[in-house]
Design a protein around this ligand. Structure first.
Ligand code: XMP
Length: 519
């Protein structure tokens, strides 16, 4: 299968480039800019894309192309497309000039195509493109042609058809460049001559075959199932491949949403007919360990460690009667595994509770069937495999659950209040038909008591904060500008129906500077 390698120079859109290429039908992966040449050769790319990045090519120690890069691409006739920083880098290393300019360009710009070429094939002469740069090319190298310009950027795209080197100053991968996909399509099909081979249906068949081959005909697999999209799709895929030889463990950690433990059991045991589904009620253990704990990172640590203990104990118990449990399956997906410079900070934190380290003497081999997929691909595969819609379209829910949505120490009383409020919020959001347009909607328990009035009585109760955000990848998020009447209905219902709450506030913070969760 043809593969396009994206070399990561630290740009915030690196994962987006790969996703776009895959959506267009060609498999794509990210490698760091300083990857060893041998590894790059081994990947056998049909084309290479150089991502954007925050540096300036003329600065000392700025990331550059590895030695032998151009020799490798020219000898093997591998086309290269530089985007933003990548666009500067090709020129900088091949005889052109890049300089910092006073007139920086951020946002939408009008691009004029001045030279007919394959990259912009079948596009109108004038295009709207998304720019984000302070540097620009001021002198083009010999043998290159300027393909396009903007009012302040005379060399906004270039190419050298013989050398198969191309560059664009703007970002074709973002949706603010309306014809960006067409440009990428031209690059991968018309210039790089790739075949359209990346199809999810075929992925399912070959993945099932691969799983069966890896696991063999007798061995068994153990999996920690959270009920989230990734672990659920992993479970269903494995179940399809090896049936009852899959043992799934679902731990009630005491900080789940209302009725979640019942719904997950119903889905897997009844709807999907999982036989070896093990439910462990560890609520009391978790709540005891979390008692009086205030610090959010400490809560995360305790929940992560306790989960591992519970999971390990169950695995040891199961191994007594199933000595052929030889594999541990995990729902790792591509962005969890491949950290670009732009995602590493966030994902290190998010993953801290995911990393299951079982003792060495257990000798379980890890199997991660979704490790090369993006979230939207996992969802599409889930739909094809028959994973229920409630699971596929469910909002993300943090591993440490409601523990990080109650500020300060948690206890059963606060958890009940929060669960009841959250249930009303989700019900109203679903009834309004907007659940699927929203990234996340949830309630947060603020341990502050304020005065209220109910009938003839003065009340002194807690505050519930409502957090509803829109986002595409959780890296940035905007608060949702909900209809006032809907907000009023939610607020009134929570204050009236949830015992313990007499005031509801709506969070109007964006990320950054705030985060989505409160802890
Ligand atoms: P923040 O709060 O950092 O959240 O803006 C970004 C996304 O990550 C989720 N999140 C977590 N997920 N374990 C998880 O599995 C965690 O500890 C965790 N903290 C935040 C959050 O719900 C949002 O979607």
């Amino acid at each position: 299968m043809d593969i396009i390698i994206v070399l990561d120079f630290g740009g915030q859109y690196t994962h987006l480039i790969t996703r776009r290429i895959r959506d267009l039908g060609v498999y794509s992966e990210i490698l760091p800019f300083d990857v060893e040449l041998g590894k790059l050769k081994k990947a056998n790319p049909k084309a290479i894309i150089l991502s954007g990045g925050p540096s300036s090519v003329y600065e000392q120690d700025s990331p550059s192309l590895i030695e032998g890069f151009f020799q490798f691409t020219s000898e093997n006739k591998i086309p290269v497309l530089g985007i933003c920083y990548g666009h500067h880098l090709i020129m900088h290393q091949i005889g052109g000039k890049v300089e910092s300019k006073k007139a920086k360009e951020y946002g939408k710009s009008s691009l004029m195509i001045i030279e007919p070429n394959l990259l912009f094939d079948s596009l109108e002469k004038e295009q709207i493109v998304w720019m984000s740069h302070g540097d620009q090319i001021t002198e083009i190298a010999k043998g290159f042609k300027t393909y396009a310009k903007t009012e302040t950027c005379p060399i906004a795209a270039y190419g050298n058809q013989e050398k198969l080197l191309y560059g664009v100053q703007f970002h074709p991968e973002v949706s603010n460049t309306p014809n960006g996909n067409k440009i990428l399509e031209n690059f991968i099909y018309k210039i790089a001559d790739c075949k359209k081979e990346w199809k999810l249906e075929e992925w399912i068949d070959s993945s099932i075959e691969e799983i069966r081959k890896k696991i063999g005909s007798d061995n068994k697999v153990i999996l920690g199932l959270s009920g989230g999209v990734d672990s659920s799709v992993t479970a269903v895929l494995l179940h399809k491949a090896i049936g009852e030889r899959l043992h799934s463990i679902f731990v009630n950690n005491g900080v789940l949403r209302k009725n979640e433990e019942i719904e997950v059991q119903e889905t897997f045991k009844e709807k999907l007919k999982f036989k070896n589904f093990h439910y462990i009620d560890a609520e009391d253990l978790f709540l005891e360990k979390l008692k009086d704990v205030e610090d959010p990172e400490e809560k995360r640590r305790i929940i992560g460690h306790t989960f591992i203990d519970v999971f390990e104990n169950k695995t040891i118990e199961l191994e007594k009667t199933n000595p052929d449990i030889k594999f541990l399956a995990q729902g790792t997906i591509y962005p969890d595994r491949v950290e670009t410079s732009a995602t590493s900070k966030a994902s290190v934190k998010i993953k801290s509770h995911h990393n299951l380290t079982l003792p060495d003497d257990m000798m379980l081999e890890i199997i991660e069937p979704l490790k090369d997929l993006y979230k939207d691909e996992v969802r599409r595969i889930g739909v094809k495999l028959g994973v229920p819609k409630e699971i596929i379209s469910r909002h993300p829910f943090p591993g440490p659950g409601l523990a990080v949505r109650i500020i300060g120490p948690i206890n059963k009383e606060k958890l009940t209040i929060l669960r009841n409020a959250d249930e009303i919020l989700i019900e109203e959001i679903r009834n309004a038909g907007i659940y699927e347009q929203i990234w996340q909607a949830f309630c947060v328990f603020l341990p502050l008591r304020t005065v209220g009035i109910m009938g003839d009585y003065r009340t002194y109760e807690y505050i519930c904060s409502i957090r509803i955000v829109e986002s595409t990848d959780a890296m940035t998020a905007n608060f949702s500008k909900l209809d006032w009447e809907l907000l009023e209905r939610i607020g009134t219902r929570i204050a009236n129906e949830v015992k313990g709450i007499n005031r509801v506030v709506y969070d109007i913070s964006n990320k950054p500077p705030s985060t989505i969760e409160y802890e």
